[in-house]
Design a protein. Structure first.
Length: 86
């Protein structure tokens, strides 16, 4: 998959995962980064359980990437916590 494809997949999956986990996005850049990392984590998890990893820019790959991004976001929030402005 091309770099542009990874960026699009990362942006969309990171945004969806951010909405699922904490109802607000983390910011465009962090959404992309966490989405791309989530796509890799999701691919690893799905491969570990015998399913296909990310195969391109399609619905199945989006599902894999969102699942991975949700896992990454839970870990991210557990490590860094929720920062609030006072």
């Amino acid at each position: 998959m091309s770099i542009l494809g990874w960026l699009i997949l990362g942006l969309i999956s990171g945004f969806i995962a951010s909405k699922i986990v904490n109802k607000s996005g983390e910011g465009v850049v962090l959404d992309i980064v966490l989405g791309i990392i989530g796509a890799m984590v999701g691919g690893f998890l799905f491969t570990s359980f015998g399913a296909a990893p990310v195969t391109g820019l399609n619905i199945y790959s989006m599902f894999v990437a969102v699942v991975g991004a949700v896992v990454v976001l839970f870990i991210y929030h557990a490590v860094f916590g929720r920062r609030t402005l006072t």
